[in-house]
Write a protein that binds this ligand. Sequence first.
Ligand code: 5GP
Ligand code: ZN
Length: 116
Amino acid sequence: MADQDCLFCKIVAEEIAADIIYESDDAIAFRDINPQAPTHVLIIPRRHIATINDLQPGDESIVGNLHIAAKQIAAVEGLTDEGYRLVMNCNEAAGQTVFHLHLHLLGGRIMNWPPG
Ligand code: 5GP
Ligand code: ZN
């Protein structure tokens, strides 16, 4: 069920434009508006799930499919061999600002560890 006030639900519904580069039955992916790396893609479930804390038994395929999508997008972006980072922030302390589950795919530069 879409959340009326959710930015990413509006992107799923095509009420707000985004550079969508991947679509499946249960997920879409689009380029981040404020990229932190040469490739910065957000992969999101079509269904509104606010945070990792809201995942329930039965949601395994949704979460798994985000990662399968990430692998496929990384290949298209030419990142398979050099590598890339997948990040999912949960709540404010981790830096989550949009409360619709999303997997960041970052690549095209050297990533530092530990992250900031
Ligand atoms: P978070 O900080 O919640 O983990 O990540 C949210 C991401 O969404 C940020 O990297 C931010 O740049 C991106 N973002 C916020 N608003 C928009 C938007 O309207 N369009 C797109 N494409 N990305 C957005
Ligand atoms: Zn949403």
